[in-house]
Design a protein. Structure first.
Length: 141
């Protein structure tokens, strides 16, 4: 019998860093056969995003809106490509505390407002074999 993580509900989305969001939207629209269901700018992170849904999975495309943003630095260092994997959690503060106790290095001490009406927190790639991990909790409206 397959066991599920008691902490992470599902992979919420995969984030992909792109240089040109409009061109990337056209490519992914052609690839997936659907247009992005949402586009927004997250000023605090200096990023423009668009989201695609395929089945229960989501893809987030991220374009830097400022040359000093994390996405701009990522693309400069590594080029376009997978930036992070996000996991849905039901209680982000409890997960942050649990992960700290497990020895993971978090990039923020408190959840931050992210895209797609989510509270977010990131785990430093040094703590997770080079993969940037995002925790997401849907904000109750």
């Amino acid at each position: 019998m397959m066991k599920h993580s008691p902490f992470f509900e599902k992979i919420e989305h995969i984030g992909i860093a792109v240089k040109d969001l409009q061109k990337a939207n056209e490519l992914y629209s052609s690839l997936l056969g659907v247009a992005p269901y949402k586009m927004e700018e997250v000023e605090s992170e200096h990023v423009k995003t668009s989201f695609f849904k395929t089945g229960e999975s989501k893809i987030e495309l991220l374009e830097a809106s400022h040359p000093d943003s994390a996405i701009a630095k990522f693309i400069e260092k590594k080029g376009e490509g997978i930036h992070h994997i996000a996991f849905e959690v039901s209680d982000i503060k409890a997960e942050m505390q649990r992960l700290k106790e497990e020895g993971f290095q978090l990039l923020n001490d408190q959840p931050k407002l992210g895209a797609d009406q989510k509270w977010v927190c990131f785990i430093h790639p040094k703590s997770s074999h080079g993969v940037l991990i995002e925790l997401c909790q849907t904000i109750a409206l």
